[in-house]
Write a protein that binds this ligand. Structure first.
Ligand code: LRH
Ligand code: MN
Length: 427
């Protein structure tokens, strides 16, 4: 379901005068603070986030799932939904596929179809946390860590196949997240499981084309509830360092125990040049995969503040980061939820970009705790939404994407086209 550029321009014209007044007032304030507004807008326009192919339908839990209607029935419809989100927001120019949930039947055709929607392929994700019907050996007791060498070989072969699919689509990175772990004390020899996982990862790493990156995603628990082999950033970093220069740690915001200082983890990984990228979402308790910035927006700002500062003084030459959303939509329309997440991410970036880093450094050097906080709060509490809107408008996007989405009754049209009970592959 495409939205025409003219439809977006028409919608914008209704809000232009209000927007221009708000933007000019903000532009004046930022310019008075010595901030390069045009440069900020360019940085925001350039900031693109990959949409997960597994989050375009209604998510669910073991307690149930409520269909949203008009869900994409295949990869092409998923790409067209991402194309729609990108047309409205001009900030979602890529899709991250999960294999085997999204195997392209004809890679060349899929590549051309995506190109026609202005979409490229970001990291591909392997899946050795579910058993497929045509699979010989089960991953019930793990995959890359399994005690049985044949199961490990099967899992390594799957990852190599995922790399081959990614290569055919122009992707340049593989994300490995493992459910591997144990449900009860005594079940697993931690050291041996980790050593087997490292050997398996090295085989996958050495199979990757020389211009590819490996992202190792950590998670403390779920679906295993006693131990997880790659449970935290330290374990992921250890494995990445052992694998090689093109292996990095991927930070999924929902994969931390309560009250973990994620911005400090981000700062440390950049310092080591081993931060690969993010799975953005938000959470109150566990891996809730909620809308980005919906629960802890200040934490998201603090993370971006470390990113902006860290990548500015990037002594470790941390490579450009992979920006991806990883969310699940139990109640909201997936397209609206993703639009809100994209807005929250660009807003946190903008807030971090207007932090007076020079004054902050001075306050820190003088241990002026109060002033350091005042400087952060000044940026965080500046309403930068007109700046995000202006960046979007200049890229041809909608000033108010959700208003346009609803105004054109797009979900209703998707339901007419696809049906009420279609179920998208994924979580
Ligand atoms: C695991 C995870 C991982 C994906 C999956 C869909 O919780 O975050 O990134 O493979 O969600
Ligand atoms: Mn994730």
């Amino acid at each position: 379901m495409a939205i025409k550029e003219q439809q977006i321009l028409d919608a914008n014209s209704e809000h232009l005068s209000g927007h221009s007044a708000e933007f000019q007032a903000l532009q004046h304030k930022l310019t008075n603070n010595g901030l390069p507004v045009e440069e900020l807008i360019e940085q925001i326009q350039a900031f693109q986030v990959a949409i997960p192919s597994w989050a375009l339908g209604a998510g669910g839990t073991r307690f149930g799932r409520f269909s949203i209607g008009g869900e994409p029935r295949n990869l092409e419809e998923k790409i067209s939904d991402v194309g729609l989100i990108h047309a409205l927001t001009q900030s979602a120019g890529s899709i991250s596929l999960h294999i085997p949930w999204d195997i392209p039947e004809n890679a060349a055709a899929t590549l051309a179809f995506a190109k026609s929607h202005g979409i490229v392929f970001d990291a591909v994700n392997s899946n050795t946390f579910q058993d497929q019907s045509d699979q010989a050996l089960s991953y019930k007791f793990g995959s890359l860590c399994h005690t049985d060498a044949d199961v490990r070989a099967q899992a390594v072969a799957h990852n190599k196949a995922v790399i081959d699919i990614g290569e055919s689509l122009g992707s340049k990175s593989l994300t490995v997240w493992l459910a591997d772990g144990s449900a009860f004390p005594g079940q697993l020899n931690f050291r041996e499981a980790l050593a087997r996982t490292l050997e398996s990862l090295k085989e996958i790493y050495n199979y990757m084309p020389s211009d590819w990156k490996l992202f190792i995603e950590y998670k403390p628990y779920e679906p295993n509830f006693y131990s997880t082999v790659i449970q935290d950033w330290g374990t992921s970093h250890l494995l990445a360092a052992e694998c090689g220069d093109r292996a990095y740690t991927l930070v999924d915001l929902g994969h931390h125990l309560p009250n973990t200082n994620i911005e400090q983890i981000v700062s440390t990984l950049i310092w080591r040049g081993k931060l690969g990228g993010f799975h953005f979402n938000d959470s109150k308790y566990g891996d809730d995969d909620l809308t980005v910035g919906s629960i802890k927006p200040y934490q998201l700002f603090l993370i971006f503040n470390e990113l902006v500062e860290g990548m500015k003084n990037n002594a470790s030459n941390n490579p450009p980061l992979a920006w991806m959303i990883d969310a699940s939509h139990n109640l909201k329309d997936p397209i609206e939820d993703l639009i809100q997440s994209l807005e929250a991410i660009r807003l946190a970036l903008a807030q971090a970009l207007v932090v007076d880093q020079v004054k902050l450094k001075q306050a820190r050097d003088q241990n002026d705790v109060t002033m350091a906080q005042e400087i952060l709060h000044d940026a965080y509490r500046t309403d930068l939404r007109p700046l995000i809107r202006e960046a979007r408008r200049r890229s041809g996007g909608a000033l108010h994407p959700i208003t346009v989405y609803r105004g054109h009754a797009i979900r209703e049209k998707l339901i007419e086209q696809r049906g009420l009970n279609t179920v998208a592959t994924g979580l």
